[in-house]
Structures are given as structure tokens and as C-alpha cells.
Design a protein around this ligand. Sequence first.
Ligand code: F6R
Length: 248
Amino acid sequence: MEVVIQPSTAAAVELVAEIIAREVQAKPRSVLGLATGRTMESVYARLVQKHRAERLDFSNCQTFNLDEYVGLPGTDKHSYRHYMNRLFFNQVNIDLQNTHLPHGDAPNLAAECERYERLIHDAGGIDLQLLGIGQSGHIGFNEPPSEANSRTRVVVLAPETIRQNTPLFGADKMPSHAITMGVETILAAKKCLLLATGKSKAGIIQRTIEGPVTTNNVPASALQSHPHCTIVLDEAAASALTKVPRKR
Ligand code: F6R
């Protein structure tokens, strides 16, 4: 696990966007695993700029998002499909047909989870998986406790996650369940890239990087066992680390 601490949030975002851009340039048919959430908004904004200014080409990429809220159709403004279309897919030259999220409104959720796993498998697996982290220690929506061998499934969102994301729903009720790729699905990606910024992530980042590997308590700690995982932090998110060399 490589931990890179950047002097500012903007520099951390820039590095993550640069790593994704390099991946896509090296392999135009890249299969990208994508994340949503507030932290990622500026990553997508930077990738859109790179597409416009540097002609970063997504036309041959396929994407798989980590998760989606149960019960929300892709047209709902709170759905992650809506987020991805608005902030990224509709602003670059990706073919929407090649962009995938679990269908949170599928009539048979178990079948939908199996379909999603199969799609990822049929695409040849994920080359680079982008990740954020929740204060509960979740990656995707793998809340504690999660099994290390979990695959795409329906999960109940942790109270902390509900607290963290409820403000985004305004007057609307936030769903209590989501479909998420499992811990094992995420770890099967050839490379993982986690971005965390801000003081509110410092405690969980310290446990993720320096604590024991325990998907029951901190699902993100499973990344310690991934052979190609990069964690990019700003100074605030890194502020509780005690052992990691402060590399820049
Ligand atoms: C969402 C996802 C989540 C978020 C996490 C952090 O697709 O994968 O794990 O990355 O909840 O969210 P923010 O960035 O809003 O703090």
C-alpha cells in the first residue's frame, strides 16, 4: 500500500485525476471502477477539464460504479446514476452504453447483484478502482461488519452513513439500503486508488492504514492486503497518522 500525502486538497485531487488520466492514456480500453460522494466531485471536474483541454479520450473506456441506492431509478436526482451522468459521463466522450451502475430499482435485487458481478467479469475485470471512504470505514457501501469475501449485494446503510448523507437529500427521505460491490469485488481490481480529504476523515484513515486488517470493524483496512493500492491524502486527512513516512 502506497500512501501519498499532498500539501493541499487541490493537489490531492490533481494527483488522483492524473493517475486516472495516465491509466486511460496507457490503455484506452480501460475498465474503470468509479465512486461517487462529495470528495469525488472535484476529481470528475478535473477529468472533464482534461478531456476538454488535453483531449483525454474516454471513448473506448467502460466504467462500473461501486454502488447505488435501493429504490431509486436512475432518473431520480438523488441516484448515483444521475450524479455520474451530470458530473462526468455527459461531459466527456464516453459511450453511455459502456457506463454501468447497479439498478437500484430492479424488481429482483439478488438477480441484479448477480448480473452486475457477471458484467464486471465479462468486461475482463476492473483495471483501476477509484474509492472514497466513509467515516464508518466503508468502501463502496461495505459497512462494518462486512465479510472479506463479500461480493455485490444489498446492504443496510450504517447510522453514520445515513447521518453523513442525509443533508444531500434535502426534504426527501434517504434510502436505508444500497447495492454495493463487495469487499472481494473491489479487491479483485488490478489497482485501487483511494482519495480522502479533510479532517473528518483523519481518524478513519489512521485506522485503515495503521490498524489491523479487519473488515468486521474497518472494511477499508482490507486494502492493506491489495498488491497495488495507492492512498492519496491531503494533510488534514493524514493528520492522525503516526507511522507512515510522510512522503510527498
Ligand atoms: C460512494 C462511495 C462511498 C463514498 C464515501 C465518502 O460511491 O463509494 O464509499 O466514497 O461515503 O463520501 P464523501 O466523499 O461524500 O465523504
